[in-house]
Design a protein around this ligand. Sequence first.
Ligand code: PEP
Ligand code: MN
Length: 341
Amino acid sequence: MLIVMETGHTEEQLRGVLSAVEGAKAKAHVIPGAQNTAVAVTGNVGPLDVRLFEDLPGVREAIPVSSAYRLAGREARRADTVISLAGGKVRIGGSALVVIAGPCAVESEEQTLRIAKQVARAGARILRGGAFKPRTSPYSFQGLGLAGLKILASARQATGLPVVTEILDPRSLDIVCEYADILQIGARNMQNFALLKEVGRVRKPVMLKRGFSATIEEWLAAAEYILAEGNPDVMLCERGIRTFVGSARARTTLDLNAVPVVKRRSHLPILVDPSHGTGMRDKVAPMARAAVAAGAHGIMVEVHDRPEEALSDGPQALSPEAFARLMGELRAMGPILGFTV
Ligand code: PEP
Ligand code: MN
């Protein structure tokens, strides 16, 4: 249910609506808008009767919403969500293109600091690096864990870049929140509903990557789990899906069509990861440029200065020089497409 308030409604009328929602044993989410305030209702068991709300003073209309993503959807909020980090110095979802870069995994303090400084110099606004790695084989490098988080914090200190890192397990929520600026939910956990609910209960922005066999509806419904718990700061990241395209051509198929589709259906920022989306170094820059041309609010790119020694995803890592070249290309695209870098 979506309750749209009259323009110029009073605070008391809004309070009346909120207590009616509470009386119906549901949860109210107030969504301020340029014209009208709306109240999205979630958590109801069974359908709610619109008549409970539409005759309340100050209510313009009550709209039954059957969508599985009523908070993530455009119906709930017309204006784009803009997520603010580092005291407003970095904004995701606005007219500035956000570039996130860094190694796949935090491997050592020297490696992370070296790469962090190089990507910062080239113009990245956020540093990435995995401390908990979701590897296909249990014998592959699993990440440095807490030591990796501490290294990310020192890289933030050295560069001023906020950091994004993956959370794999709800049991490490407190510790990851202590060190990270953005919590990443990886493709393999997109429908780990227990984890989604946990990150929904904290006040940290969340980057939700698309599962590699997920439809856009399933992805938005996964975002809804986080929003419904009360965390409004969710950004989406397209990272490629499994199709019939053979692995000799690309690791996955980067679904760039998802960018305009998501922008139409949702107000949440949409980013693209051309590194995991292709898995091959030579395809990363072309797909990054294409993602930006398609209207993505940002991109996330893996960078390594010694890819042959990388403990994960070396074949898709851009060198710092190639990353700096890509940044120059994106800067050149800005005035044509109407964004700043
Ligand atoms: C990552 O970004 O480090 C990662 C593991 O990506 P994905 O979950 O998209 O595979
Ligand atoms: Mn990786």
